[in-house]
Structures are given as C-alpha cells and as structure tokens.
Design a protein around this ligand. Structure first.
Ligand code: AHR
Length: 519
C-alpha cells in the first residue's frame, strides 16, 4: 500500500490515507446523456411476471401493471428500458404477445427453460413504459429469425397506418405509432449458449442486411450491433472488428455487456471491477476506431453498454437444473450487499467518465432478476442496496462530465493487479452552477480527500452523503428490513480559498454536492 500516513483519530493512532483531487471545468468530457441511466426488462424469471406486471396485485392498475414497481422505477430515475431480452429474444416471436389475451399461445422459452404465457407483450410493455416515464428500447430476434421479422416488428411499432401490420397495432388500441428510436440487432450472438449462435461473419452479414432494411422503413431509428457478451470471450475484439467491418456504415452503436461476480469472496478484487469496465470500454472504442480508420468513416461509433451489473453467476446453473418447465420461476434473485452497492456506484462513475463514447447504458435488470427493485408476488416491493447509487447518480449527474485525475494510494488485487484506492468523476451543471463529485473509496480504511476547486470560483459545499460498507459489508435490504443499507449524510465540508478536505469512509460510495454561494 502506498500513500499511507498516520494521524490521530479519536485519541488513538490509526492508519489514514490521503488523496488529492483537482476539478476544473476546462477539462470537459461531454454531456451526461440521460440514456446512461437505462435499465432492462427481460422475460426472465420474475422480472415481468410478478415484477412489473401482476394482475390482481393490490397495487396493480386494471391493466395489471404493479403500481409500487412503477413508483420505484420513477424514483430510480431510469431513462430508457431495453425489452424483451436478453437471451429470451433470440427465440421470441413478437406476434405471440399482441392481440386478444385469450388467443395468445403458450410457448417454450429455451433460454431460461420456462413456459412463456405471452400474457405480457409489446403493447403492454409500451403502456408500462409510458406509465413509468421511460423511453422504450427494443431488441429484434436475430437468433432464430431474420430481416423479414425485424421489418414486420418495426412496421407494427413505428409505421403510422395504412398497412396490414400498422393497422393491426391500431386495431389493438394504439392509434398512434409508438415511435421507438432505439433498436438492438439481436442479443449476444457470439455466445455458444445463445439460441441461434453465429460466427462474427454470419452475424455481421445478417445484422447489416437487417439494419439496411429497417432504416428503409424508418430512417430516424438508431441501431445497436451486438458486441461481445463480455470481455473474457475468446473472440473478444476480433468479434467487434469483424461485425463492424460488415455493419459500421449502417449502425449507430456497438453493444457491450459485463457482469461482475463476487461469489469467490475476493472483496479487494470485486471492489476494483470498474477498472475492468474502464479497460473494456477503451478496448471496444479502439476496435471501433480501427474499423473507422480502415473504412475511412469520419463518424465515431458509440457504445451501448446495454447490460451491466453485479451478478452472483455461479448460482444460475443450479437454479436451471433444479426444475422442469414452469411459468415465471424465481431466477437469479440475488440479494445485493453494501459492498455490491459500492461496486455499482463505481461502475456508474466509469460509465460517466466515458460519456463521450458511451451513449446508452442499461443496468440488468429492473425487477427481481439481479435487480435494484425486489418484490414478493402478492406482497410488497423494496429497494435493494444497489438501488441507491443508481437513483442518486441519475438524479445528480446533470450537465457536463468533467475529467478528474485523483492522486492517491493504490492496492493490489488478484484479478486486476495494482489499482487506485480512489475513483472519481465530476459533473458540472452550467445552468445552475452546481457541481457534483462522485467518489468511491475502495480501501478498507477511511480516506482523507483534499479537493482543489479553485477553477470553479464561489462554490460552497451543500452536502456529502455516503453509502459505506466498511462496518457491515454483507448487509442487505430485505422485505423485513428494507432500509438497512442506505446512503447516510456526512459532515458537510467547508471551502476555504477554493479548497476543502473531507473524509470518505472505508469501502464507500459518496456524492459531494457544491452550489454557487448564496443559492
Ligand atoms: O441479464 C441476464 C442475461 O445475461 C441476458 O439475458 C443475457 O443477454 C446475458 O447473458
């Protein structure tokens, strides 16, 4: 460990680390796009059934939409929601989920070994998205289906009327087109687990042809080509390069997915997950820019980081093996700890830091399935620990993201080698003059942070809240104790001559807010 100093704390000698951070509005990265605060609703486990949709639930409206989940979704500050999968979409027939409820077929969902009733489908999702005040983001099936079915779905969704499929939508009660702007060209087709798994060339050709046809129907849409399922895939980077050789001119984003698994108990490493996400983003950007250079494109491609989270993945196979074909089983309903919340806060810091190249990001998933919102079927809904960093970041990260270069101690991890103890990003709202600093102390002792804000004259500190995992790292929020892990106020620092000092608790995620003096 470097940068450790010893200071007296509450009358005894205690190791205290220090770090410095200078914030200057001259170092702008780009606007904090609202689409960075996206989420994901997949037909998986109880995300839809028993999550966003549960007819007969005491809080449900006449359409079966759970009011408590809607309320928490709005509180979470979610901007865009990806639907209907995920692995699920690779075997999905969207037509099964529209029209009179009694006529909808029951199907086998091969992705999650589940019976899909199709009680909830496209029209219900659009109704839910309006009620939740989120932008819908749709995925088309390029696993078992192709160009025609993607075009049909787009015609149903976005074409005003006067054709068979757009008139079918109107017959189903949606007079106006849904106007969905964001579309994913399939899901994780590099993965051998994916129904309809393909080579990069096979997928690249299909994605390019689908993209061309979809943009003929609606040129205003933005398309996402599938990148790798994660950075550890053996085909990572070559998959992106090949897919983009086929699709660069037709698409607007390349996707990235990543999940960090704390199951092995290596806390030092899991707390450094954002270092891996940071490298992942840089490598995808480098690969996209390589293809742009080769093909002489001036337009820079952006990343849609449309699946990310902490996930205790080792539990999934057991869940799947245990049972036969059933409807909406509880699947990967991880109970997130205080440490997991710090990791999620840090992943959000990383996404913001790349606001110039990451244009969309969706935490996976919204309800029950590795989710910030948990429910009991027939019972209440509550906020998991990871709800809080998401909600506060979505609320306060408004304006221009500023580059920060903290100077401080490092520590060594098994998974990622030597990593910084402190991770930060700042967001400056030019309209209100407010500055928000998000900071993570990954270390297991408090960190004294010296902030230099002389580049932003006349600020005073308005608050410091912290979600600290140091004292009770495995604490979780449960139905019985839903408020155990929450952010807590810290002493507000005083600015003197454009500088201030404050303490970041051990293993903590922090939000520091500064306002123009007198506001
Ligand atoms: O979010 C759970 C699953 O993880 C998604 O269905 C899939 O795309 C990913 O592998």
């Amino acid at each position: 460990m470097t940068g450790v100093t010893r200071r007296p704390v509450t009358g005894r000698w205690h190791p205290l680390r220090t770090a410095q951070l200078t914030i200057d509005p001259a170092f702008a990265i780009g606007p904090a796009d609202r689409r960075l605060f996206g989420s994901f609703v997949e037909h998986m486990g109880r995300c839809v059934y028993g999550g966003v949709y549960e007819p007969g639930h005491p809080s449900a409206d006449p359409r079966g939409l759970r009011g408590d989940v809607l309320e928490l979704t709005r509180e979470l500050g979610v901007s865009v929601v990806r639907y209907p999968g995920g692995n699920f979409v690779s075997g999905y027939r969207w037509e099964d989920g529209v029209g009179p409820a009694g006529d909808r077929p029951r199907r086998l969902d091969l992705a999650w070994k589940t019976i899909e009733t199709n009680a909830f489908g496209l029209d219900e999702f659009m109704t839910w998205a309006t009620a939740a005040e989120v932008e819908p983001m749709m995925a088309v099936n390029l696993g078992t289906r192709g160009v025609q079915e993607a075009c049909d779905l787009l015609e149903y969704t976005n074409h005003p009327g006067g054709t068979q499929l757009s008139d079918l939508r109107r017959k189903h009660g949606a007079e106006k087109p849904y106007g969905v702007r964001l579309w994913c060209l399939g899901n994780e087709l590099d993965g051998p687990w994916q129904v309809g798994h393909k080579t990069a060339d096979e997928y690249g050709r299909l994605a390019a042809e689908t993209a061309r046809a979809m943009k003929m129907i609606d040129p205003s849409i933005s398309l996402v080509a599938c990148g790798s399922s994660n950075r550890t895939m053996s085909t990572f980077a070559s998959w992106e390069a090949t897919v983009l050789e086929h699709t660069y001119e037709h698409v607007d984003y390349i996707s990235a997915h990543t999940y960090y698994d704390p199951s092995d108990g290596d806390r030092a490493s899991i707390l450094a997950s954002a270092v891996d996400m940071d490298n992942f983003i840089r490598e995808v950007v480098a690969t996209a820019d390589h293809v742009a250079a080769k093909q002489r494109h001036r337009r820079k491609l952006r990343i849609s980081f449309d699946e990310w989270n902490v996930w205790y993945q080792s539990r999934l196979q057991a869940d799947l093996d245990r049972r036969g074909w059933v409807e909406a089983p509880a699947l990967i309903e991880d109970d997130f700890t205080a440490v997991d919340a710090v990791v999620v806060g840090d992943l959000l810091i990383t996404l913001l830091r790349h606001a110039d190249r990451v244009g969309v990001a969706c935490q996976a998933q919204l309800a029950n399935v590795i989710a910030p919102i948990r429910t009991r079927t027939g019972g209440p809904a509550w906020r998991q620990s990871i709800f809080h960093p998401f909600a506060l970041t979505a609320r306060h990260a408004r304006g221009t993201v500023l580059r920060t270069e903290p100077v401080g101690p490092t520590y060594v991890t098994k998974r990622y080698g030597e990593v910084p103890v402190l991770d930060t990003v700042a967001v400056h709202d030019e309209e209100t003059g407010e500055l928000t600093v998000f900071a993570v102390n990954r270390g297991n002792t408090d960190l004294e942070l010296h902030l230099d804000l002389r580049g932003l004259a006349g600020l005073s500190a308005s608050s410091h809240v912290s979600l600290a995992a140091g004292d009770d790292p495995t604490a979780t929020n449960t139905e019985a104790e839903p408020e155990r892990v929450t952010p807590r106020p810290q002493p507000t620092p005083t600015i003197d001559g454009g500088r201030c000092s404050l303490r970041l608790p051990a293993v903590s995620w922090n939000v520091l807010r500064f306002s123009p003096a007198g506001r």
